[in-house]
Write a new protein. Structure first.
Length: 340
């Protein structure tokens, strides 16, 4: 049966178009695959370019992931530490006081270390999901202060009134009811304690004071950090802060929030640390309210009148051997302190 000439011509044109568009040449597929693989490998390599974890016998003035890991094991071995529980208010505080004494014992002749177990009650307004008045009673914190041995005691230095300027490093040791808090925020406490020890062991006097706040009531909606900034004498000198937090499990540390009005701390971070990693998109999403969560960053920003950064410590779902998970956080905190 003969086909209509016009229809036959249309079929020929369709076949020609198929041939012209045809199958993608093999070499094009290979090039695209190589480019994709190369990009993924490069991204993975950059993501893993972090300081090597240092052992327990590393020089005293350096941050050691293995030394920090010992704090993490000691803290998480207590189990869940809910604010108000015996585990949080007695066992954890006892463990942190022992760690604070170790920091003081490790101090060089150039620096002085003291600590305080701080208990406070109070209230503040908080807009979280809905408005509330957050009332707390007898929440506990352990705060460590490190200062140069030659620093003049008493109010002010030079012509500036008030206490000497200080950098605040914050973490929290309380947990939710069903977790030992290896990541949130045991890893942060481990990093903060080892950072304090390394700074105290510095071979020269610190230029500025360092306050390490280990607060015992963050999961109850930010109570202990408010107690500190509103009621502790040492808080009056804090000019900037680093808040070490964790969310989820896995991944490297990331600068998650900064500011609000002083870009200098981001510039210091970007220019000083070997492998900076930050996300402005994450900050915008978080501050939009789409994520129903908050951290002590808010308290220091709104009630402490400080500039700062919030870093997610590399989170651990459970204690494990020290690795690059812990080393960068303390390493970078020490670098940032040296420049502010």
């Amino acid at each position: 049966m003969n086909k209509d000439p016009e229809r036959r011509e249309e079929e020929l044109l369709l076949k020609e178009n198929v041939v012209e568009r045809g199958v993608v040449p093999v070499w094009v597929v290979c090039v695209c695959a190589c480019l994709t693989a190369g990009t993924l490998l490069a991204a993975g390599a950059v993501d893993r370019r972090l300081p090597e974890p240092l052992p327990t016998d590393a020089p005293a003035q350096l941050f050691s992931a293995e030394r920090a890991y010992e704090h993490l094991i000691n803290l998480t071995s207590i189990g869940p530490r809910v604010a108000g529980s015996y585990e949080n208010e007695v066992l954890a505080v006892r463990q942190l006081v022992s760690a604070a004494r170790s920091v003081a014992a490790a101090a060089s002749q150039h620096n002085l270390v003291d600590y305080d177990v701080f208990t406070a009650s109070g209230a503040f307004s908080l807009t979280f999901l809905d408005g509330m008045t957050n009332i707390y009673r007898d929440v506990q914190s352990v705060v460590i202060r490190i200062r140069g041995a030659g620093e003049a005691s008493g109010p002010g230095r030079g012509t500036r009134p008030g206490p000497p300027a200080a950098l605040l490093i914050n973490c929290h040791f309380d947990t939710v009811p069903d977790s030992p808090g290896a990541s949130d925020d045991g890893a942060g406490c481990a990093v903060a304690l080892e950072t304090a020890r390394a700074l105290a062991a510095s071979r020269r006097p610190l230029r500025h004071r360092v306050l390490v706040l280990l607060n015992g009531a963050e999961e109850n909606i930010l109570q202990a950090s408010h107690a500190f900034v509103s009621g502790h004498a040492w808080a009056r000198g804090a000019r900037a802060f680093i808040n070490i937090e964790a969310c989820g499990a896995g991944g490297r540390e990331v600068l998650f929030q900064a500011g609000p009005h002083d870009p200098w701390i981001v510039e210091v971070y970007a220019g000083a640390v070997p492998h900076p990693f930050a996300s402005s998109l994450a900050q915008e999403l978080f501050e939009s309210g789409l994520i129903p969560a908050d951290t002590d960053f808010r308290i220091f920003r709104d009630y402490g009148n400080m500039s700062g950064e919030r870093r997610h410590a590399s989170p651990l779902p459970a204690p494990r051997s020290p690795s690059v998970d812990i080393q960068p956080n303390g390493h970078y905190s020490i670098i940032i302190y040296s420049l502010v």
